[in-house]
Design a protein around this ligand. Structure first.
Ligand code: F6R
Length: 607
């Protein structure tokens, strides 16, 4: 989604605004812009496309000013163009906005009837025009914002810059995140602590319906007309974290970080010395829970799918899973004393957040598995299970997913112990399998060239690719297909191996590569049959298995990779790395924009 930044500085702010936008660009990248005050007047530079276009514009026409706002956009209303790029401004106020103003048409009709002329196709412009209308009625900026908050519906984070006010920025949020950074005689406001990281580590997080008045020496926060306190916290993030290191893309760097961040996450949830699970205190007695509901979107939803296998197998606990955007509108009845687990890297995904709100209204205990501790989903939850993935900048999720799986497996083991379905010996065996993961993933990463070869020779030229898996490898097949379509724009689908013969098998011919995710587990024979069914129809098989699996089926595949041997319970985590590498190298061979794929955005804060 969009990234926003505002700075009250002591020196020209445009370079700092652009610097912050670079850190926010992963959220949305179809256009960008900055606005400052020059001799009291609002001046803007905006450009369609990537931030480099804005930088080129600024090189031609520099923008002075010591107070300003900036934006990088993921279009919701109005196509990506310079005209629709933020900041959206009148002569009185300039606005940067993340989210959607749901009642924009009603407000636009009203404002048009007042004689106001709209210059863009954005919903954001109603905010700029509404504030201008209030300012022209002699309201102060503070009064105008407070009044506008009452009129705006939807989810949004906004920052406003006012003509003639070198000392003032006002931010407001409902639904979308907004953080205030405290400097030394300088103030910052932005989408998240990551955007503010190089400027300051002293950060406060606004709550829903807050509006914040920033002056050079501090910030006052209000809800309605009532002043409220938002504590200043020390953010552990550093701007240095944002580099790609020696890697060509953030995604590749993040794939390679997995042994380390899985190690960090394991450290929080396991005691390696005793090989036991170590969960934080939780408001859940697993032995009394009758059903778990899990909800999430996209890749995070596939984490729920894998976790369903784990909770049901290891803890004999029924789990219902559903994508968050459907779950909340289906209005399912949820059992008294039930537990709802939301999974989200960003902790801001609005569909997941609203699904969790629904579960809260149904009196469920809310657990969340998130990567951002201060996020809205974390704050709504009764207990938070943090993943230790660190900032994920590549738009396609990689290390967030595998760390989510680690946390969910630890939770499933702890539920199994509480319910008496796992013994201490089982716990030791499972803990040991988890402890081995970073080393096995490293071995997989050392075979990168094999993945590159398959990507270049077999996948990159295909129009369609199928992925098959069974049991907990089925969600891995779905994740492999999602990664491939996101990154390479090749049409790809994942299927449960046994489901092939019920329809999708019609797609098989010698032009369709079929990636089979098949660790040798209890149902290996079943996926082996599905493998043969594809082979009998001339499909090009790519086998991902272990030594035993490749020994059995490898000769019949077009190509195969033997992954390291591993306990089948943790195989979904290891095999995910394999499908990530296939997708990455296919996209690399096709020359697509890997870190910022077309049409996508990180942190989807609109419905
Ligand atoms: C895919 C991807 C998305 C996200 C989804 C949920 O690579 O990144 O499918 O997984 O948008 O995002 P979070 O986890 O932030 O809730």
């Amino acid at each position: 989604m969009c990234g926003i930044i505002g700075i009250i500085g002591k020196a020209p702010v445009t370079p700092l605004l652009v610097d912050a936008l670079k850190r926010l660009e992963y959220r949305g990248y179809d256009s960008s812009g900055v606005a400052t005050l020059v001799n009291g007047h609002i001046e803007r530079r905006r450009a369609e496309g990537k931030l480099v276009n804005l930088e080129a514009r600024l090189a031609q026409a520099p923008l002075p000013g010591i107070i300003g706002i900036g934006h990088t956009r993921w279009a919701t209303h109005g196509k990506p163009s310079e005209r629709n790029a933020h900041p959206i401004a009148t002569d009185r106020v300039a606005i940067v906005h993340n989210g959607i103003i749901e009642n924009f048409q009603e407000l636009k009709d009203e404002l048009t009837a007042e004689g106001r002329r709209f210059d863009s196709d954005t919903d954001t412009e109603v905010v700029a025009q509404l504030l201008t209308s209030y300012l022209e009625r002699q309201m102060s900026p503070e009064e105008a914002i407070a009044k506008a908050m009452d009129r705006l519906r939807g989810a949004f984070a906004l920052v406003a810059l006012f003509g003639g006010r070198h000392d003032l920025l006002i931010g407001a949020r409902r639904g979308s995140s907004l953080a205030v950074g405290y400097g030394d005689g300088e103030m910052y406001i932005g989408t998240d602590a990551l955007a503010l990281a190089p400027f300051t580590s002293r950060v406060s997080y606004l709550e829903d319906d807050d509006w914040a008045v920033l002056k050079a020496d501090g910030c006052a926060v209000y809800q309605g007309t009532k002043p409220v306190e938002r504590p200043i916290k020390k953010s552990g993030l550093s701007g240095a974290l944002m580099g790609k290191g020696n890697h060509q893309h953030f995604m590749l760097k993040e794939i390679h970080e997995q042994p380390a961040v899985i190690g960090d996450t394991l450290h929080s949830y396991l005691d390696p010395a005793t090989r036991s699970v170590r969960m934080p205190a939780m408001p859940v007695d697993w032995s009394k829970v009758s059903r778990v509901t899990m909800t999430a979107c996209g890749t995070a939803f596939y984490a729920c799918m894998v976790a369903k296998y784990w909770f049901e197998k290891l803890a004999r606990l029924p789990v219902e899973i559903e994508v968050a955007s459907e779950f909340r509108y289906r209005e399912p009845p949820l059992p008294e004393g039930g537990v709802c687990i939301a999974v989200s890297q960003s902790g801001e995904t609005v569909d997941t957040l609203e699904a969790l709100r629904y579960a809260k209204n149904q009196k469920q205990t809310l657990l969340s598995v998130v990567n951002v501790p201060e996020s809205a989903i974390a704050r709504l939850s009764n207990a938070v299970l943090l993943t230790r993935a660190g900032p994920e900048i590549g738009v396609a999720s990689t290390k967030a997913f595998t760390t989510q799986l680690v946390v969910l497996l630890a939770a499933a083991i702890s539920a199994g112990l509480a319910r008496g379905t796992l013994s201490r010996a089982d716990e030791e065996r499972l803990a040991l399998a988890m402890i081995e993961l970073p080393a096995r993933i490293n071995e997989t990463l050392n075979m990168e060239e094999d993945y590159r070869r398959i990507a270049e020779n077999t996948l990159a030229g295909a129009r369609d690719v199928l992925y098959l898996g069974r049991g907990a490898s089925y969600p891995v097949a779905l994740e492999g297909a999602l990664k491939l379509k996101e990154l390479s724009y090749i049409h790809a689908e994942g299927y449960a191996g046994g489901e092939m013969k019920h329809g999708p098998i019609a797609l098989i011919d010698d032009a369709v590569p079929v990636v089979v995710v098949a660790p040798t587990d209890a149902i290996f024979d079943k996926i082996a049959s599905n493998f043969e069914q594809v082979r009998a129809r001339g499909g090009k098989l790519v086998l991902l298995s272990d030594k035993a699996g490749v020994a059995r089926l490898g000769a019949k595949a077009e190509t195969s990779i033997a992954l390291p041997d591993i306990d089948p319970v943790v195989a979904p985590i290891l095999y995910t790395v394999a499908v990530q590498l296939l997708a990455y190298y296919t996209a690399l061979a096709k020359g697509t924009d890997i870190d910022q794929p077309r049409n996508l955005a990180k942190s989807v804060t609109v419905e």
